[in-house]
Design a protein around this ligand. Structure first.
Ligand SMILES: Nc1ncnc2c1ncn2[C@@H]1O[C@H](COP(=O)(O)OP(=O)(O)OP(=O)(O)O)[C@@H](O)[C@H]1O
Ligand SMILES: [Mg+2]
Length: 299
């Protein structure tokens, strides 16, 4: 194994990177509080293996038109990033993915909401005929309202220990997700949006590591996961954000000026193990949810 290490110290962070097949990162407080945050860019996240498009390797989204772009659905047990600007339909699409899983594929789901409170999401989704309340009562769905994480004090007492808000919120969130997955046997997870969680960390390195930690935990559940992020620089010629490199697949939702009109456009930017249609395609939001038009061109 090839291994290179780098030690550094600055005002905000000090620690040790190991670069090679495994990458680890430790924060300084681990010795003081025994609160180790070790991040591994594991083979599971990075693995490159041949395409497998058999139906038992796919998790159909059930969203009209979308599975056609994905050769049958999302790759099973992987984490896919759904990235889009404000109002592009990230919450609707994520909810539709969970609802279809429950109603059409007998796959219970966990929804982690980091921005909107439960009441609002339930109310908005009822407009599409999706009764989250009923599904939750029937133990087909767990809705984790994680938005209060934002209002935690900077330091939190856990027994005799004091840990920072960021570390506490990530550890707590991962524990809550794992417990909920076990409780209902969830096969699908949505985290909407991860941006809120990740932006608690200062600097790209810390944000990237937080995201890797979350994605590692999601991979361990065995569920097929959709995590949403806010697209920071939209357009056809935009910069690629680091989270897009980490995810197994990336779906972009954008509202673009095409000719004289504004058009909703979906694009499968990448999907490991999947031959995809990566052309931008139009989609629309209606009273029944999102519909993708896989044969229509936008250019
Ligand atoms: N019944 C409907 N018919 C058509 N469009 C709708 C309908 N209901 C909601 N929308 C559109 O859906 C969009 C909001 O969807 P959603 O909340 O999923 O977006 P989002 O990407 O999650 O936004 P945010 O970044 O604010 O979280 C709005 O642009 C709204 O116009
Ligand atoms: Mg949303």
């Amino acid at each position: 194994m090839c291994l290179a290490t780098l030690d550094w110290k600055d005002s905000s962070l000090h620690g040790r990177y190991s670069l090679g097949v495994s990458i680890s990162f430790r924060l300084p407080y681990q010795n003081e509080y025994g609160f180790a945050l070790t991040l591994k860019a594991s083979r599971r996240l990075m693995a490159a293996s041949p395409a497998d498009t058999s139906s038992n390797s796919r998790t159909p989204t059930g969203i009209p038109g979308l599975d056609k772009l994905l050769t049958g659905g999302l790759p099973k047990n992987r984490t896919i990033l759904l990235s889009g600007g404000p109002g592009t339909g990230k919450t609707i699409m994520s909810s539709q993915y969970l609802i279809n899983g429950i109603l059409d594929y007998e796959e219970p789901g966990v929804y982690v909401s980091l921005d909107e409170n439960k009441e609002h999401v339930f109310e908005e989704m009822l407009d599409f005929g999706w009764d989250f309340n009923e599904l939750e009562s029937n133990k087909k769905l767990v809705f984790l309202e994680a938005s209060p994480i934002r209002y935690l004090p900077a330091e939190i007492k856990v027994g005799n220990l004091t840990v920072g808000r960021k570390e506490f919120s990530m550890a707590t969130l991962i524990e809550m997700i794992k417990t909920s997955v076990k409780e209902i046997g969830a096969k699908r997870i949505v985290v909407d949006p991860v941006t809120t969680l990740v932006f608690q960390y200062d600097g790209v390195v810390a944000q990237r590591n937080a995201l890797v930690e979350l994605m590692e935990a999601l991979a361990e559940t065995g569920a097929t996961c959709l995590i949403t992020t806010e697209l920071r620089r939209p357009g056809f010629e935009r910069n690629i954000d680091y989270e897009e490199y980490l995810a197994h697949g990336v779906i972009l939702l954008q509202q673009l000026q095409v000719g004289k009109s504004l058009l909703r456009v979906i694009q499968i930017e990448k999907m490991r193990k999947t031959p995809v249609d990566n052309q931008p395609r139009p989609y629309r939001i209606t009273d029944t949810g999102i519909e993708v038009f896989p044969r229509e061109s936008v250019l």
